[in-house]
Design a protein around this ligand. Sequence first.
Ligand code: ADP
Ligand code: MG
Length: 232
Amino acid sequence: MIQISHVSKIYKSGTVETVALNDVSFEIKKGEFAAIMGPSGSGKSTLMHILGALDTPTSGTYILDRENVEKLSDDQLAEIRNRKIGFVFQAFNLLPRRTALQNVMLPLVYAGVPKEERIERAKKYLDMVGLSDRLEHTSNQLSGGQQQRVAIARSLVLNPAILLADEPTGNIASSQAAEIMEIFQDLNKEGHTIIMITHEADIAQHAKRTIHIRDGRIVNDGNNHKQKKANK
Ligand SMILES: Nc1ncnc2c1ncn2[C@@H]1O[C@H](COP(=O)(O)OP(=O)(O)O)[C@@H](O)[C@H]1O
Ligand SMILES: [Mg+2]
């Protein structure tokens, strides 16, 4: 699904160069649930921007769902992003005065899906995240955890190849964070490929695999549950 090979990203401002990613390589297969974890400044956002086709690497290659992404124009990047990636952000990014249903329907409006089908599909995904009873609530009438669940439903309505979540529990209470992790696990069981960026080890632990980055390099990449299985 995803192949990142020898990717580096160097930011230049004036004469100062910052190496944000330094020769990073990994693969993510269809159906995986992987966490990318690292401390502040380790390169997580930079990597997320590249994975999400929001930015391109300085060097190296990136193949997303059989398409080479590293050299595309901005328009081509936007196109691939809309078609293949569902984003979930730390700050939810919902429209505040719109209802849950309207927020989830929005990508379908842009995609030109007829109204009846829009409603049906939006309801299906809101049901998947356990919000069937909140369809007509506006964003500001929902808790942080509920808003993030709306954002997850919205990220899925166009059937993306991968779900990319950037610190998805960063703005919500820890009791609700557990619910979000449960939803990701359920979605993953249904076959969704999920990549989650986090700086918290206990959040990363909910994924099946954790890729640790530090100073722009991968320092560890392993199965989260191997240890437990080995002890059984
Ligand atoms: N646009 C930018 N210009 C210059 N340096 C940047 C830019 N974005 C990030 N950096 C630097 O790159 C490194 C990695 O940043 P970032 O990817 O945001 O890390 P994280 O998300 O893990 O905190 C940091 O040293 C940061 O200061
Ligand atoms: Mg960051």
